[in-house]
Write a protein that binds this ligand. Structure first.
Ligand SMILES: Cc1cc2nc3c(=O)[nH]c(=O)nc-3n(C[C@H](O)[C@H](O)[C@H](O)COP(=O)(O)OP(=O)(O)OC[C@H]3O[C@@H](n4cnc5c(N)ncnc54)[C@H](O)[C@@H]3O)c2cc1C
Length: 448
């Protein structure tokens, strides 16, 4: 713990927090808590900056349970903001970003103090051999290979690492796990392995800009406004997200009745009935796959014709288990009795709304690559996915892409891991070549 943050216990709460003459920020933390680790350096940094105006305290939650209960603190980390004995701002918890902490502090001190302190803040620059954007299976695997090759490796993620796997209920097809394994557990192991290999993880950061050199020089990444990272190699592993409908109940029941992956979750619907939303290639292919398990698959599609290719359409129409509700869009999802789900569907031609009760809902309306900040000079396909060769090289020297962000056919944890491995190994080769090149130029008396 740095010198500007003081560890306190519950017996000191009244004197040091509610009885304080200055505002107080209290951080309830736990051990073995990745979001707590992600917060620690940001908390220390702001403590150093604002120590004349605010007290920064930490409370170890496991040993101060009665205080945590009294304050209704239910997760770690949780930041509480006090002034004059009472809480004065919305609590922050989970993957807390620097910007959120900064915004809250701004409201705890006068505008002059805030301006003055922030103007003293130094911008820093750090060099690494390899910078990886994205901490899903692809990025974490690349980090393991790169760090084990003794390359100085920094992985950054705007969220907490783990990617889509971390938010998936069960992963049942990942080799070596002995069967279904909770997604958070698999991603936690990948993260720990990357850290143990020596990779540095910067989580819950704001990525402000990404400048990739077109001629194979240094690449620059700006994070949290005040830290610039530079490296000769960048691995882009920001993944993709299933496109969302954005209707009530969708996020609430994700993983609890609503799925975006038939390969992953189809088997849980053996002998049951499911609803598929979508009518393009993936919706129809996945519906056909789901008929291996489900007794009935009802496809709800917004137009009067499917958008999938003709062969897939024929297969779907010939399959007795598949039924269609056309010219219709879902409007909301809700839990129904007996662990079932209710889907409200509106006929777009008549406006009539009906209810469908089903065992599970699959949404296949496309994926969206996490392409924010990608340089224009990077070659992408029509949908924004990055084009690479089989070595995961992009068209920009020293820039690799791995996992779901790539233009590819199969998006699974195992294929992301494969891409990450290839990118990590090729990053190492690229850096070796740079070193050889540098040595040769030195021998010839040329500038590096
Ligand atoms: C509901 C669901 C269930 C699934 N079930 C299975 C399954 O059972 N088996 C299986 O093999 N696969 C499954 N998949 C697919 C699998 O999760 C993905 O293929 C895999 O996670 C892709 O890994 P990735 O590392 O490429 O990307 P992701 O897992 O998407 O990780 C990308 C990471 O990049 C971060 N990021 C985003 N934007 C940026 C940025 N600008 N800069 C830096 N970082 C960024 C994200 O926060 C995230 O941590 C499932 C997917 C879903 C959606």
């Amino acid at each position: 713990m740095g010198k500007h943050v003081t560890e306190i216990n519950e017996s000191q709460f009244e004197t040091l927090v509610t009885g304080s003459d200055k505002p107080v920020i209290l951080d309830f933390y736990s051990t073995e808590c990745p979001p707590c680790e992600a917060l620690a350096s940001k908390f220390e940094e702001y403590a150093e900056l604002f120590s004349d105006y605010i007290y920064f305290y930490k409370v170890f939650r496991q040993e101060n349970r009665s205080l945590a209960n009294q304050l209704n603190v239910q997760s770690s980390p949780t930041l509480l903001f006090f002034n004059n004995g009472r809480e004065v701002a919305k609590r922050l918890s989970g993957g807390i970003r620097k910007q959120e902490l900064k915004d809250t502090i701004q409201n705890m001190v006068s505008p002059e103090v805030f301006q003055n302190v922030m103007s003293r803040r130094k911008k820093t620059n750090r060099k690494a051999d390899v910078i990886i954007l994205g901490g899903g299976p692809a990025g974490l695997t690349a980090a393991i290979y790169s760090a084990q090759a003794k390359l100085n490796t920094i992985l950054i993620d705007p969220a907490l690492p783990g990617g889509q796997v971390a938010t998936t209920h069960m992963i049942s097809n990942y080799p070596g796990t002995g069967g279904p394994v909770p997604g958070w557990e698999l991603s936690h192991k990948m993260l720990e392995q990357a850290k143990e290999s020596g990779a540095e993880i910067l989580a819950a950061v704001d990525i402000t800009s990404l400048k990739c050199s077109k001629i194979g020089e240094t690449h620059y990444i700006q994070i949290d406004e005040d830290l610039e990272l530079e490296s000769p190699v960048v691995i882009l592993a920001m993944g993709a997200d299933p496109r969302k409908l954005g209707i009530p109940g969708e996020s609430e029941y994700r993983g609890k009745g609503i799925s975006y992956c038939a390969t992953c979750d189809g088997k849980y619907f053996d002998g049951k009935e499911v609803v598929v939303i979508g009518g393009g290639n993936s919706a129809i292919e996945e519906s056909l796959f789901l008929t291996r398990f489900a007794t009935k698959v009802t496809i709800v599609h917004q137009f009067d014709e499917l958008q999938a290719n003709k062969t897939a359409q024929e297969h779907a129409h010939q399959n007795e288990k598949i039924h269609f509700i056309l010219n219709s869009e879902p409007r909301s999802f809700e839990a129904a009795e007996n662990n079932q789900m209710s889907v409200k569907i509106e006929n777009t031609k008549t406006g009539e709304v009906s209810e469908l009760i089903t065992d599970g809902i699959f949404i296949f309306i496309g994926m969206v690559p996490n392409a924010v900040h990608l340089p224009d000079a990077l070659d992408k396909n029509h949908w924004g996915y990055i084009l690479t060769d089989e070595d995961m090289k992009t068209n920009l020297p020293g820039v690799y892409a791995a996992g779901d962000i790539r233009s590819k056919k199969i998006r699974q944890a195992a294929t992301a891991v494969s891409d990450g491995c290839i990118a990590g190994i090729n990053a190492e080769k690229y850096i070796d070549n740079l070193k050889i090149h540098e040595k040769e130029r030195k021998l010839m008396g040329l500038p590096a």
